[in-house]
Design a protein around this ligand. Structure first.
Ligand code: IFM
Length: 469
C-alpha cells in the first residue's frame, strides 16, 4: 500500500456515525419508555465502566444544534443516528407525539446546519416491555417492530432520504444470547439463531412497509432503505486444513453472508441453514416466512468495519453449555491490537471484504457506515493548546483504512462514502466512557462541553479536499 496521498472520488461523502441511545441522554424525557439498557442500568450499574449507565448519552439531546454545526464545521455532509424505539412509541405501540416532536426538531437542526441525517431504526435498544414479551423470538414483537418502522416512515417520510432498519443485527443474538456478554447473559447458541431469524423477519417487514408507504406517496420518492452490519472479513491460518476452511465458511455464513443474502436476494444462505440443522439447530420457520424474507431486498448497505474474524477448526464439538462449536479463534502472530478495545487493527480487511462484495454481490451499493478507534488513554496527552493529542493513533487509523477504501474503489467497489464512528465522544454501552473515539472531546467534568482534538484539523482537510495524506 502506497504512502503517497490518494484522492477519493468527488461524490464520495464523509460523515459521522452515532446512535440515539449513545448520545441523546434524556432517558426519561418525552415519556420515553424503559429500554433494555435502562433496565440493565437500573438493575446493576456496576456492570458499566465507572458506573455510568444508559442515562448518560453525550448530551446530544440538548446540544444537537451545536453538534450538527460542529460536524458541518469539520467538513462533513452527513450523520447517521437512530430514532429510539422507546422514545418514538408509547407502551400501546402508538406514536408518542412528544418523542416525535423531539426528532422533528433534531432533524430540522440538521437541515439548518446542512447535515443530511441518515436514520437507523434499531441500535440494540428494544423497549424492555417487549423484551419481557419474548423479544425477537416472539412474532408479536417482530410485528411491533414493523409497526414502529411503519410509524417512523409515515411520520418522517417527507424529511428523511436515507433509512436503515437495523445497526449490527448480528450483535444482538451474539452478545445477549450466545456469548452472555449483555443482559440477559444467555449462552444458548440455538436461541441466538432464533433471535437472528426474528430480526431478519423484522427487517424484511420493515422494508416491505417502506416500499408500500413510498408507493403510496407517504415518503419522499428519493428515499432509500438499507441495513447496516458489522461485517468481519474471515481469515484462517496460512496453510489451512479442510476443517479450518469449514470454520471459515460457517463464521462467514452466520456473520456476513446471512445478511448479504437477505438484503440482496431476500433469502438466507442455504448451506448455513443446512449445517445448523445437521447440528440440531433449527429455525422457527412458519408458512409464509419465505415470502416475508423475499421482501428484505434493500437499496444499499452499510458496512461497519472494525476488525477481521480470524478462525480455525474447533478443538471440540460442543462447549460447556452444550452448544455446538463451529470455530475457534485463531491467534494470528502478526496481529496489531487496539489494546483498549481488544480488537485487531487490520486496515486491509476493509479492502478484502469490499472486493468480496464486489465479486459476490456486484449490484450492491454500500458505504463504510462505521470505522473508528476507541482509546482508553485518549485524554492522557494534550498539545500546548490544550487539545487532546491523538494524532499518532487516530489519524493513522483512519488514513490507513481510507487508503484501502480508495484502492477498492479503483478496482470496482461500489463504495459511496465513509462515516467515522463517534466523531464526537459518546457513551459506549458497558464500556461507557472508557474508550474515546472522537475527533471531538466531550468533557464530562464540565457539563459535556465539546472541544476539538488535535486530529480534527486532519479530518476537516480530508473531508473538504478528498485527499488523504
Ligand atoms: O459503540 C459501538 C456502536 O454502537 C456499534 N458499533 C461499534 C461501536 C464501537 O464499539
Amino acid at each position: 500500500m502506497t504512502d503517497q496521498p490518494i484522492t477519493l472520488p468527488d461524490d464520495f461523502f464523509f460523515g459521522a456515525a452515532m446512535s440515539g441511545p449513545q448520545t441523546e441522554g434524556m432517558w426519561q424525557a418525552h415519556g420515553k419508555l424503559e429500554n433494555l439498557w435502562d433496565l440493565w442500568s437500573n438493575r446493576d450499574l456496576r456492570a458499566f465502566h465507572n458506573r455510568v449507565g444508559s442515562y448518560a448519552g453525550n448530551d446530544m439531546g440538548t446540544r444537537y444544534a451545536e453538534d450538527f454545526r460542529i460536524l458541518a464545521d469539520l467538513g462533513l455532509s452527513s450523520c447517521r443516528t437512530s430514532i429510539q424505539w422507546s422514545r418514538l412509541m408509547d407502551a400501546d405501540g402508538r406514536l408518542n407525539p412528544a418523542g416525535a416532536a423531539f426528532y422533528h426538531d433534531l432533524f430540522a437542526a440538521a437541515r439548518e446546519a446542512d447535515i443530511e441525517v441518515f436514520v437507523n431504526l434499531c441500535h440494540f435498544d428494544m423497549p424492555s416491555y417487549l423484551f419481557r414479551r419474548g423479544g425477537w423470538e416472539s412474532r408479536e414483537v417482530v410485528e411491533a417492530y414493523a409497526t414502529y418502522a411503519r410509524t417512523a416512515f409515515a411520520e418522517f417520510g417527507q424529511e428523511i432520504v436515507h433509512w436503515f432498519t437495523f445497526n449490527e443485527p448480528i450483535v444482538e443474538p451474539e452478545q445477549r444470547y450466545e456469548h452472555g456478554g449483555w443482559y440477559p447473559f444467555h449462552h444458548d447458541f440455538a436461541q441466538a439463531r432464533r433471535v437472528q431469524y426474528g430480526i431478519s423477519l423484522a427487517h424484511a417487514l420493515a422494508v416491505d412497509a417502506f416500499r408500500e408507504l413510498q408507493a403510496a406517496g407517504a415518503m419522499r420518492p428519493d428515499a432509500r432503505i438499507g441495513l447496516i452490519n458489522c461485517f468481519t472479513p474471515p481469515y484462517t491460518r496460512d496453510d489451512p486444513s479442510e476443517a479450518d476452511l469449514e470454520a471459515v465458511r460457517m463464521v462467514d455464513g452466520l456473520h456476513n453472508r446471512w445478511w448479504l443474502d437477505l438484503v440482496t436476494k431476500g433469502t438466507l444462505p442455504a448451506d448455513v441453514i443446512e449445517t445448523l440443522a445437521e447440528r440440531g439447530v433449527t429455525l422457527p420457520v412458519r408458512a409464509g416466512d419465505e415470502a416475508i424474507l423475499s421482501r428484505g431486498v434493500v437499496d444499499w448497505l452499510g458496512f461497519n468495519y472494525y476488525q477481521p474474524a480470524r478462525v480455525q477448526a474447533p478443538a471440540r464439538g460442543f462447549d460447556e453449555w452444550g452448544n455446538p462449536v463451529f470455530a475457534d479463534r485463531y491467534v494470528w502472530p502478526d496481529a496489531v491490537m487496539n489494546q483498549s478495545r481488544g480488537w485487531e487493527i487490520y486496515p486491509r480487511g476493509i479492502y478484502d471484504f469490499a472486493m468480496t462484495m464486489t465479486r459476490d454481490y456486484p449490484e450492491l451499493d454500500w458505504f463504510v457506515s462505521e470505522n473508528g478507534i476507541g482509546i482508553e488513554e485518549d485524554r492522557a496527552a494534550r498539545t500546548a493548546d490544550g487539545e487532546v493529542d491523538d494524532l499518532a493513533y487516530r489519524v493513522s487509523f483512519v488514513r490507513n483504512h481510507l487508503r484501502w477504501v480508495a484502492r477498492a474503489i479503483d478496482e470496482g467497489a461500489r463504495c459511496r462514502g465513509y462515516h467515522y464512528w463517534g466523531v464526537i465522544d459518546c457513551w459506549s454501552w458497558v464500556n461507557a466512557y472508557k474508550n474515546r473515539y472522537g475527533f471531538v472531546e466531550v468533557d464530562l467534568m464540565h457539563g459535556y462541553d465539546r472541544r476539538l482534538k488535535a486530529s480534527a484539523a486532519w479530518l476537516r482537510q480530508v473531508a473538504t479536499t478528498h485527499v488523504v495524506a
